[in-house]
Design a protein around this ligand. Structure first.
Ligand code: FE
Length: 340
């Protein structure tokens, strides 16, 4: 039943995508790029529009979740119209690259603009905006001096005070994968079991709901991507939640990227390269920083003033490819630990 529904959904998506491409001119010609994008359309479209305005290159984009987009790329094989895959998590890019769906791109520009830990060591994908997943706490009920690390949230002191987003969402899978890379499976499982034991309530479907639960007094601490917090405080400066940079005396804050790679069968490889190089440059990096309050990957570009107001922090320097490599282990571990 659910399989059938999935098939119907998949067909529907394919039709929608084909119509999208048809409207834009079904056979892409030179001066065009087709992007399979897992980013929220409203956040990426202004950046693509700027590129078109500057270069004349028409960008056709198909929006869906990364899973279905990767399945499509695989099913379409050499017939895919897609030149670029754009996702919101390094784990998905790693997975696409492992399946042979992305090709290496040796670009001195990308190598210069993007720190080495935020791109594939094999040059098949690159991070273009940085996300930090850290601790959020109630400014009314928590003394930040009591906070330290991701692992510390497993301490019984936080019993009944922790909120978490579902383990089914890739951001937490990547976070746990990075903990495995750092601490090994046994220690990470202890940490995750401690988190589960400390939960104040059932897991949330989104970071925003989690932040609202802290504000509402349902729990005192939680883990979130900072841009969700930024979007709330941009509208409500008095929102009674603050961010704490985790693991500053250890490995540093867990970071991830929204990133992209050139598809293995891209018809517009030269255009795709130019576009990715442009995404790593000052103008696009500034747009990523402002539109969604993410961090630019390029150290040469400043964060939005609101984001900068949260202060500097030490990032975990491990290559984010690890998030992909260890993701299946992370999912199994969270399942064993009862993290729903
Ligand atoms: Fe997100």
């Amino acid at each position: 039943m659910s399989l059938k529904r999935n098939n119907i959904l998949a067909s529907f998506r394919a039709v929608v995508a084909c119509v999208t491409i048809a409207l834009a001119g079904c056979a892409p010609s030179a001066g065009e790029l087709v992007v399979y994008s897992a980013r929220v359309e409203a956040l990426i479209k202004p950046i693509l529009d700027s590129y078109t305005a500057e270069t004349g290159t028409k960008v056709v984009f198909v929006t869906d979740d990364a899973g279905p987009l990767i399945e499509r790329l695989n099913a379409e094989g050499a017939n895919t119209p897609a030149d670029i895959l754009l996702t919101v998590d390094a784990g998905e890019l790693w997975f696409a690259a492992e399946r042979g769906l992305l090709k290496p791109l040796d670009s001195p520009v990308l190598a210069a603009n993007i720190p080495a830990n935020l791109r594939d060591p094999g040059n098949r994908w690159f991070g273009f905006s940085l996300r930090a997943r850290t601790i959020a706490y109630s400014s009314a009920r928590v003394d930040p001096a009591a906070l330290s690390s991701y692992a510390d949230l497993a301490d019984p002191r936080w019993h009944g005070k922790l909120c978490l987003r579902t383990s089914k969402q890739i951001y937490n899978q990547s976070l746990v994968a990075m903990l495995i890379a750092e601490f090994g499976e046994a220690r990470t499982e202890e940490i995750v079991r401690g988190w589960v034991a400390n939960l104040a309530t059932d897991v949330f479907s989104s970071d925003v709901k989690l932040l609202e639960a802290i504000a509402a007094g349902q729990c005192d601490v939680g883990l979130v991507n900072t841009y969700y917090y930024g979007r709330i405080v941009r509208e409500q400066p008095e929102f009674p939640v603050k961010l704490f940079w985790a693991d500053q005396s250890g490995s540093g804050v867990h970071v991830n990227v929204s990133g992209a790679g050139v598809t293995a069968h891209a018809r517009h490889s030269a255009e795709a390269r130019k576009f990715l190089e442009w995404l790593s440059g000052p103008e696009a990096q500034g747009m990523f920083a402002q539109s969604n309050l993410e961090f630019p990957v390029s150290p040469a570009v400043a964060a939005d003033p609101l984001v900068a107001s949260w202060g500097p922090f030490k990032q975990n320097p491990i290559n984010i490819a690890k998030a992909g490599e260890l993701q299946a282990d992370a999912v199994r571990l969270m399942d064993r630990a009862g993290y729903r």
